[in-house]
Design a protein. Structure first.
Ligand SMILES: [Zn+2]
Length: 459
């Protein structure tokens, strides 16, 4: 009997889902064709990367980018264009360097980690102890670690698994008396490209400076140590944390024709690290989202509900823009039908990860996933139709926590983590046609979710 009930639900659900696909196929194809020849999106990302440049929290460039984005949305004909204020941390790296002192004198390429304290002006000169894991370091213990610089020479095993050495490495080493930490950059391969990124301190634990080396530099130190050499480096960093700065999210609406109060959010983050141009991370997501909505507007498509592009500030360190947007929405959160985030680069789009929401019955979740898969079918012609259960993103997390269905854009991600947070994250890494296909993927998904008669997730 239970089985029969399940089959009935599945049959009804797939019919509904099929309807969605059939109903929107023609319009989806029109959007895809328009995106394939779109020039405006590329013009926007070029301006952002080449004229404004990188956009770290606290910088004048970030504020310029936010003002420019709001102005651009306004010129594109979006409504309610505005800045939602947020206070953001302001960290500046200043001059910094690492050099081998023993067994040979040689400079190494490096980048301080975001949020790190400075070294004394003369630097910190100490022996390096390379380790391949926290466990290895903790086995060596205070006796071998105190007074030394720990080098986390940890091979990349996926961002989620490896980034912990960047975020928690300083605290874990300081607990054993280390005087600084170095990190093999969190990325799969390297062409002498150090990767920066945020790091944390913990109350009650001594703050020590932290910097990333290139894979080339880290593995050389490992080889020298393995050969029995005492390896000594000098680390110099002028990094400083200034008072929190004024920043904000840029938003603009394509107002819905029937249910304007119901909102579908699509966005990326406007801030970036202070190296490269923040082209893939996340100029590509921010500009693809902006252009997806601008393109719908230009095509004269007005969906049933409102589509809102949100360009969040300060994703890279504390997510203050994500929280500011959530706070601004307040108790109208129930009007948010879905939130789509693109923050994985604009290589060839692949699809979306989908989370219907917390605490929903399996039947509701299955039905919503089927509907999302039906939307995915509209993107199969460009290879962007893969819909998987589970997805989200840092900037939509505060919305998802309060029940908004979350959708994480996914690309093939072949090279993303080679460029991420490096001086090489520049616009030449973004392929124009792939970028356009990402605009298509976002535009089709947002349009259909905003236009379907029923909400994406019917609770
Ligand atoms: Zn990002």
């Amino acid at each position: 009997m239970g089985r029969l009930v399940f089959l009935c639900i599945a049959a009804v659900t797939s019919l509904t889902a099929q309807d969605v696909t059939e109903q929107y196929r023609a319009i989806a194809n029109r959007i895809i064709e328009a995106a394939k020849t779109d020039e405006d999106g590329w013009r926007k990302i070029s301006y952002l990367c080449d004229r404004i440049g990188n956009r770290p929290s606290g910088s004048a460039a970030l504020e310029q980018a936010i003002d420019w984005a709001i102005d651009t949305m306004h010129k594109d004909g979006l409504d309610n264009t505005r800045r939602i204020a947020a206070k953001v941390p302001h960290w500046e790296r200043g001059q910094e360097s690492v050099a081998l002192v023993e067994p040979v004198a040689r400079p190494l390429l490096m980048l301080g980690l975001g949020g790190s304290i400075a070294t004394p002006p003369e630097g910190i000169t100490a022996e390096v102890v390379p380790v391949s894991s926290f466990e290895e370091m903790e086995k060596l213990g205070r006796e071998k670690i105190a007074g030394k610089i720990v080098l986390y020479n940890v091979p990349f095993a996926g961002y989620g698994r490896t980034v912990i050495y960047r975020t928690s490495g300083a605290v874990r080493a300081a607990k054993l008396g280390a005087v600084a930490t170095l990190l093999r950059s969190v990325g799969p391969t390297s062409l002498q490209t150090p990767h920066t990124g945020t790091m944390d301190y913990e109350d009650g634990v001594t703050k020590i400076p932290a910097a990333a080396l290139t894979i080339e530099g880290a593995t050389m130190i490992q080889r020298l140590a393995d050969a029995g050499n005492k390896v000594v480096v000098r680390l110099k960093m002028e990094a400083q944390t200034l008072p929190d700065a004024d920043s904000g999210d840029a938003i603009g609406d394509l107002t819905g024709r029937e249910k304007p109060k119901e909102i579908v959010v699509v966005g990326g983050h406007i801030d970036s690290w202070d190296v490269g141009s923040g082209a893939q991370d996340d100029g590509s997501g921010a500009m693809a989202a902006l252009q997806a909505v601008a393109l719908l507007k230009k095509m004269g498509l007005q969906p049933r509900r409102t589509i809102r592009v949100v360009l969040w500030t300060n994703e890279e360190t504390k997510g203050r823009g994500a929280q500011a947007y959530r706070d601004w929405v307040g108790d109208k959160i129930g009007d948010h039908v879905a939130a789509i985030e693109m923050d994985g680069g604009a290589e060839h789009p692949r699809g979306f990860g989908f989370s219907a929401g917390v605490g929903l019955s399996p039947v509701v979740q299955a039905k919503a996933l089927d509907r999302m898969k039906a939307i995915g079918k509209l993107l199969e012609s460009i290879g962007a139709g893969e819909i998987t259960a589970g997805g989200g993103g840092a900037d939509i997390a505060p919305l998802m926590k309060d029940g908004v269905p979350g959708i994480g854009h996914r690309s093939v991600g072949t090279h993303y983590f080679e460029w991420h947070h490096t001086p090489a994250d520049t616009l030449d890494k973004v392929d124009k046609q792939d970028f356009r296909l990402n605009i298509a993927a976002l535009a089709v998904a947002t349009y259909v979710i905003a236009d379907m008669p029923e909400r994406l997730v019917e609770k």
